[in-house]
Design a protein around this ligand. Structure first.
Ligand SMILES: Cc1cc2nc3c(=O)[nH]c(=O)nc-3n(C[C@H](O)[C@H](O)[C@H](O)COP(=O)(O)O)c2cc1C
Length: 142
């Protein structure tokens, strides 16, 4: 299985989550590429069976949660019919940002198979667990 992990990160948390997700997918036997949104390889993306797309949670902590840097995320080539797992990182409260991110990606042509925000202080546990869960569900439905 070819897996591409795309991330938009300002202070490194979402990049770290992407690396951990990529590491877990590689351990599970996938061929993996981890890329920032600014450096996407079109051929790699076209050949992907599963794409993880990640960004950070923007908001006012108690309300107004939404995916961060959506302008950059929208620059990803249209993900027509690709299976996509959306991930985010947050500090304390992601609100419903993962649902909004999922809707954005669906609007971008993706078939979103999972969406979750990961706590930036628990990435080492939560990111590989998310990857393993998604890979298991995708290979069952494949
Ligand atoms: C402008 C701004 C707004 C944020 N709003 C929230 C928020 O509403 N809830 C939350 O839990 N974290 C919030 N955060 C924290 C980030 O989502 C968190 O630090 C994230 O891991 C950053 O990812 P990055 O290191 O990949 O840029 C906010 C950060 C910034 C800069």
């Amino acid at each position: 299985m070819n897996v591409v992990v795309i991330h938009q990160s300002r202070t490194g948390n979402t990049r770290r989550a992407a690396e951990l997700i990529g590491g877990a997918a590689a351990l599970a036997g996938a061929t993996v590429a981890v890329r920032p949104v600014t450096n996407i390889d079109y051929k790699e993306l076209a050949e992907a069976d599963l794409v993880f797309v990640g960004t950070w949670v923007d908001g006012l902590i108690l309300f107004g949660h939404r995916p961060g840097d959506t302008g950059k995320v929208r620059q990803i080539p249209k993900l027509w019919d690709k299976k996509v797992a959306a991930f985010m990182t947050h500090a304390v409260n992601p609100g419903n940002a993962a649902d909004k991110f999922s809707a954005l990606l669906e609007g971008h042509g993706a078939k979103v198979v999972a969406a979750r925000s990961l706590n930036r202080r628990r990435l080492e546990d939560e990111a590989p667990a998310f990857a393993t869960e998604v890979l298991a569900s995708v290979s069952v439905s494949a």
